[in-house]
Design a protein around this ligand. Structure first.
Ligand code: IPE
Ligand code: IPE
Ligand code: MG
Length: 254
């Protein structure tokens, strides 16, 4: 009964370390990693310390997802709106991929993890992009978990770009407007070839999407927690998956 109530509200505070059932693991989990700044503030630390600590959570949850047999893990690392932050913070955030990958690439390789990136590459500093591209290249042959970083990602921009590409096909006479369907959109989104997320997790107590995967989350199950990203553990992650396993997905049916 308690589990049922939790499933309805999708919000829990006490993590339980029960491992989810192995026969209904979400294929694709997307996470809005939020609360680094507030975590730091609550400890009297600078915001950067929160981002640094959050990087350790990225490793922890990547390994946890890999162990569970999740196929795709998409992590929202930097939004197209995050450029509005103070310059020093943006610069710090843009150094994290390099730091993360220089420490963790070896382990990611050993665990057969394939790194990908979804976002607008053009605006990224070259040192950031280089580190990411190198990781993508080196892990391209790995067949385990796909670790997809949403970096300089924004869903509205993604949809506008898709509409632009489709419009070009129409203007060139290659596509009739009356033939446009969902597949055309999906082919032009940054997630082309990826299944939609089955489960969305957002940490830090915020109950919004913040321009994340607006198209792709149409039928995803959502789970929110008050826990800040730096303190999000494997037990919280398991809790989210177990709640997911209790949900009935109907897709508009009965
Ligand atoms: C999430 O933590 C990380 C990024 C958005 C890059 P925040 O930096 O948003 O932390 P809060 O929300 O201010 O606590
Ligand atoms: C969303 O978090 C972006 C990432 C987690 C990368 P924000 O902290 O930027 O979202 P808002 O501003 O609270 O909506
Ligand atoms: Mg935030």
């Amino acid at each position: 009964m308690l589990q049922r109530v939790k499933a309805l509200f999708g919000k829990t505070s006490v993590p339980q370390s029960q491992i989810p059932e192995s026969d209904n693991i979400p294929q694709h989990i997307a996470i809005i990693m939020d609360g680094n700044g507030r975590w730091a503030k609550s400890r009297g630390l600078p915001r950067m310390a929160g981002h640094h600590s959050g990087m350790k959570t990225v490793k922890r949850i990547t390994m946890a997802a890999n162990r569970l047999g999740v196929k795709y893990l998409t992590l929202y690392a930097f939004s197209t709106e995050n450029w509005k932050r103070p310059k020093a913070e943006v610069e710090f955030l843009m150094k994290l991929p390099q730091e993360f990958l220089s420490i963790e690439l070896k382990d990611l390789m050993e665990n057969n993890v394939q790194v990908r990136m979804m976002g607008y590459r053009g605006d990224l500093p070259s040192h950031t992009l280089q580190a990411v591209e190198e990781a993508i290249e080196r892990t391209a042959g790995n067949t385990g978990l796909v670790l997809n970083f949403a970096l300089n990602y924004g869903s509205r921009k993604e949809m506008i770009e898709a509409v632009r590409s489709i419009s070009e096909a129409v203007a060139e006479g290659k596509l009739d407007p009356s033939d446009i369907n969902e597949s055309h959109m999906e082919e032009h989104l940054l997630t082309a070839g990826l299944p939609d997320p089955d489960l969305l997790i957002r940490t830090s107590g915020e109950l919004r999407l913040s321009n994340f995967m607006l198209w792709q989350l149409a039928y995803s199950e959502m789970w929110f927690t008050d826990v800040y990203w730096p303190e999000f553990t494997e037990a919280h992650f398991h809790e989210a998956v177990r709640v997911y396993q209790m949900r009935a997905r109907r897709y508009g049916g009965v």
